[in-house]
Ligand binder design. Structure first.
Ligand SMILES: [Zn+2]
Length: 298
């Protein structure tokens, strides 16, 4: 085949691929800014998504248990969330539970506060929020240290603190009857972790994921949508644990050769995970965190 023929053939193939796969921007444009969906197979568990964040809420005959207001940078985000709940039920929102203390998940709860909800968070979240006094974030009314059970209208929601991981205030929220957990940021579904990795405790997070795997659940609602909006599974949790262990071992090797921060961060590659969404964008943050651990002891 002549070079010209090959070039025109390739051009045709690329044109066909472009038609088959619209650019990411076009796909983004088709996606509504926010959405409320009932979790398949449940009678009363919902996901409210606003942009790239999502929260779980549970509707019972005696009221609603909501979680994270996800209103950071969205002044009307909390009210929008409450309005979405109102479309499902007219029962009062009794509780708002914070997944952890990071503002991108918990800012914007004033509309819930005005509606009379009781805000619950881990003790460390309460301490941190009280110190920083963010004007857009409602302080928790009640905090706890290890475990708390919320019972409302026939639904049980267990709140567990399993130690430091992505933050020192992350709760595992578990619906035992539905075998669903809501865990935010620590176990991304089917993708390489991004910026949020920068301040995690890597070794304690491995312990945390092992504890989560020992719990009885089948599906995980993540704080950021998974690929195609799918929920997480134990397989996803095992994959994330393996990813972290592989990343840790790779950077430990480079660090002990005296290569942190440079040139280790440039050399750091994990070819096994190249096909995961977010590989290119997320890897520098993963590298930086493990260089901190193995290169500096932090
Ligand atoms: Zn976070």
């Amino acid at each position: 085949m002549s070079r010209i023929h090959l070039a025109s053939l390739l051009a045709g193939v690329f044109a066909a691929l472009a038609i088959l796969a619209p650019p990411a921007a076009a796909q983004q444009a088709q996606r509504p800014a926010f959405a409320t969906t009932k979790v398949a197979g449940t009678e009363n568990v919902y996901i409210f998504r606003n942009g790239g964040h999502q929260a779980m809420f549970v509707v019972t005959p005696e009221g609603v248990i909501a979680t994270d207001p996800i209103g950071y940078g969205r002044p009307t985000g909390g009210k929008l969330y409450l309005d979405e709940i109102r479309k499902v039920t007219d029962k009062p929102v009794k509780y708002v539970v914070y997944s952890h203390h990071h503002y991108d998940h918990i800012a914007g709860g004033q509309a819930f506060k005005d509606a009379g909800a009781v805000f619950i968070a881990h003790k460390n979240a309460g301490r941190r929020l009280a110190a920083l006094k963010d004007p857009h974030t409602v302080l928790p009314d009640e905090t706890f240290e290890r475990f708390r059970t919320l019972k409302l209208g026939g639904t049980t929601l267990e709140l567990s603190y399993l130690g430091v991981n992505h933050s020192d205030s992350t709760l595992v929220m578990r619906l035992p009857k539905e075998k669903i957990v809501f865990i935010v940021d620590t176990i991304p579904v089917g993708q390489v972790p991004g910026r949020g990795f920068i301040d995690i405790d890597p070794l304690k997070t491995e312990t945390f994921i092992k504890k989560v795997l020992e719990m009885d659940w089948e599906r995980m609602i993540p704080g950021h949508p998974g690929p195609g909006d799918r929920l997480g599974t134990k397989e996803d949790a095992r994959n994330m644990l393996a990813f972290m262990q592989d990343a840790s071992a790779e950077m430990q090797k480079l660090a002990r050769e005296g290569k942190c921060w440079e040139p280790a961060e440039k050399e750091f590659k994990l070819p096994k995970y190249e096909s995961w969404p977010g590989y290119e964008a997320g890897l520098p943050f993963v590298a930086r965190r493990y260089c901190g651990l193995w290169g500096r002891g932090t």
